[in-house]
Write a protein that binds this ligand. Structure first.
Ligand code: SF4
Length: 195
């Protein structure tokens, strides 16, 4: 069902007066979606807006962060059209920033561990998880560390551990991680943003 602006306003009035249009056989899906969109726009207009910079890469795109004045919660993040670098546009990482806020109920909040050959995930605490990671890294380095390559050149590397970085970390975190990985001799270090 196509809804023009004029028709939408007329139907909004009907809904406001309590008339159940769906009982007349009309499909209100598009109307409800449109109304939900307008509700969000109104909330964003009434929100406190702060400008900030995307943390992810050195492009430094400008963002507008809208915070609900009553709850203090972020309700929207979008590109800043007045920012000279991005003029409102964002790459996929920046455009997904809002999904990192608490509004995203699917964010992982706990460590999930699946034992070898198991088909079940278990919740673990960080103490257990960090010890387990450290133990596996140590075992692998002890077993597989390569000091010299086939030409007899000193290489000091381990080829059986790879590190795949998150797209949700900033420049400084990436730097720290890559230094840590190289210090352990890793050579397979990658980052989602490159891919
Ligand atoms: S990650 Fe994307 S949105 Fe963020 S600063 Fe870099 S280019 Fe801009």
């Amino acid at each position: 069902m196509n809804i023009t602006r004029r028709r939408f306003l007329a139907m909004s009035g009907a809904i406001g007066s309590g008339v159940a249009l769906s009982s007349l056989g009309l499909d209100l899906t598009a109307l409800k979606a449109h109304a939900a969109g307008l509700g969000k726009m109104d909330r964003i207009r009434a929100a406190r807006q702060s400008t900030t910079i995307c943390c992810y890469c050195s492009v430094g795109c400008g963002l507008i962060c809208s915070t609900d004045r009553l709850t203090g919660k972020i309700i929207n993040i979008e590109g800043d059209p007045d920012h000279p670098i991005n003029e409102g546009s964002l790459c996929a990482k920046g455009a997904g920033l809002f999904g990192l806020t608490e509004v995203n109920e699917h964010r992982l909040r706990k460590v999930l561990y699946r034992a070898p050959k198991s088909d079940k995930w278990e919740e673990k605490d960080w103490d257990w998880s960090l010890k387990r990671i450290a133990r596996l890294v140590k075992n692998t380095r002890d077993a597989d560390f390569i000091t010299h390559n086939g030409k007899g050149q000193l290489v000091n590397r381990v080829e059986t551990i790879g590190h795949y970085g998150s797209s949700n970390i900033g420049n400084e975190e990436c730097w720290t991680l890559s230094v840590g990985c190289r210090a352990m001799g890793l050579v397979y270090i990658d980052h989602q943003a490159r891919i």
